[in-house]
Design a binder for this molecule. Sequence first.
Ligand SMILES: Cc1cc2nc3c(=O)[nH]c(=O)nc-3n(C[C@H](O)[C@H](O)[C@H](O)COP(=O)(O)OP(=O)(O)OC[C@H]3O[C@@H](n4cnc5c(N)ncnc54)[C@H](O)[C@@H]3O)c2cc1C
Length: 235
Amino acid sequence: MMPQMFKATLKQKTTLSPKATGLTLQLIEPTKIEFNPGQFVNLKVADAVYRAYSIASPCAQQDKIFLIVTTSHEGVGSEYVRNLHIGDEVTFIGPSGKLHLKEKHSKAIYFFATGSGIAPFISMLEQLACDNYSGKIHLFFGVRHPEEVLCLDELTGLKKRLKDFTIDFYVSNPQDDFMGVKGRVTAAIPNITDFNADFYLCGHPQMVEDVNTALKAKGVPDENIICEGFTKTLK
Ligand SMILES: Cc1cc2nc3c(=O)[nH]c(=O)nc-3n(C[C@H](O)[C@H](O)[C@H](O)COP(=O)(O)OP(=O)(O)OC[C@H]3O[C@@H](n4cnc5c(N)ncnc54)[C@H](O)[C@@H]3O)c2cc1C
């Protein structure tokens, strides 16, 4: 589907973590959107200013979309979203982006996400669950603090629907008494035994670059690394 302009109203606004806000946008004009899991929309956040946000909802749900927006910093998009109220009208252009699930997976799938980089993967995992995908899927999800983990309910639900789906949470800046895995998701790479797999990377540009470089050093070919860094430059 070619990107087009949409008008929508803010139906629901949720505090997902100290850093992230969830937005449910009900489409008004047009009333439906077709997209591929992994794609994003460009939300109008000021006059002639747009910010890209990945669609975190299933593509089967066409009358509304769910976005996960980092709102903890001083930024144009962040401030716009912080000031949005239920019922406000918003404009966005989409869908865009080349972060797509491969049509066929014959090997294991690894997802690497940091922070709101989990958003497109929720939509992709929903698709895999709808397709009754039964192959191995592993998610490495990195945050700075434990309370910044996002979409735990969705991930727990997806674990029940997907036959072989496992998750490791990495926390880079925990309190001293933290019991989980400490460190960045890049630390997971030496523990992977099967590099004949498809790797999807999304989130902080530095993480995407570091994991990409490490995977290439392990001999993973370009076509098996599908990635999107959350930079301002839109491709
Ligand atoms: C394809 C694509 C998809 C994206 N999807 C999402 C998504 O689903 N959710 C999402 O939240 N973002 C996503 N982004 C990033 C988003 O588009 C914005 O670039 C980002 O949210 C910052 O925009 P802003 O207007 O709030 O800050 P800006 O006004 O652009 O920046 C202001 C200042 O804040 C700093 N800053 C920017 N981001 C952060 C941050 N996360 N933490 C701390 N400081 C920061 C900047 O370095 C700058 O100094 C995506 C980006 C791309 C390219």
